[in-house]
Design a protein around this ligand. Sequence first.
Ligand SMILES: [Zn+2]
Length: 337
Amino acid sequence: MKTLRFIGAESLISNQEYAKEHIRNLAHNLYPLLLKACFLHEKEELIVLLLENWPQQEFNFGQLLGKTLDYPEDISHRACQRSLSACLKGLKSYVLNSSATYAKRLKVVDLTAIQDVEIQPCQCKKSLGRWARTEMISQLCFEILVEIQRFDFHSSIFNIEIDIFCNLFVTERNYELVVQALLMRCHCPLKIRCVDFRVDNLALRKLFYIIKLVEPNSIHKLEIVHNVRLQDYHLEVLLNNLTFPHLRSLTLPTRTFNVAHYTPEDDAVLSTIGEKLSNMVHLTELSVSFSTLTGRLRKLLRRKGMNGRQLDNYQKLKRTTLKDLVEARGLIASNKT
Ligand SMILES: [Zn+2]
């Protein structure tokens, strides 16, 4: 049930012109309340104003739009195109606006709680999906840098450092833009920090390049899926060159492994991959759809929470893919592809 405070906030924003005039004069602690009300009613102009003057150190999407005392419904699953675009537009203004009422305290923007659902429950019924968000955030960083160069901003703008935690989704189509934004991260007040990283339909060479730029240290979930021609020996190179200390979930493209024609050299590759995976202490989910691992499961899953007896049972199976095992026993992974 809505509290009186929330009803008051809704009443205030219902008169948009009045709210626009007075929003800068409101107490700092009312901003989260107003943001949720504005998001609920898709008041884009007010969302821009709120973000432009955001008085707190953190803008955490999940906390702001999740279950709150004033309005218990969790609306963080609304990837509403209108409201999210307004948030990002407001963020740009926050960085570039030198006449903000409040001292700039914002340090962290966390958008990782945005959930992408099939049917958008908001009023506009349009969603700003993960791919489009990736594109918009990258574009935002790029535009901020262009603006800074074009106009004579006060040097204090270079003191602004805001980490923007988000889940990136990169394909061939947005690759160049995202790479550009990541390459310029050190110069931009907005710093993209990738938490979940999905790659789809991308050349291997580009995957190897961009994965370094997104900082593997920060990645929790890595999904390399459709139309990425990753084979086991590519994965070995990747894991030999990069470490993913916080990786919890790894999805590999179909048929990354096929032990049917393995030579001793291929077996060594599998052993190395198994060793690298075993060093990822947080990894609890592994998806290797349609890979054939008959008899080699122990090599891949060494020390990953399986005891010898479980493994021995699986060794008895004549021909089984890891996907089958996962689906059959809910072992350590779930298959999302
Ligand atoms: Zn909407």
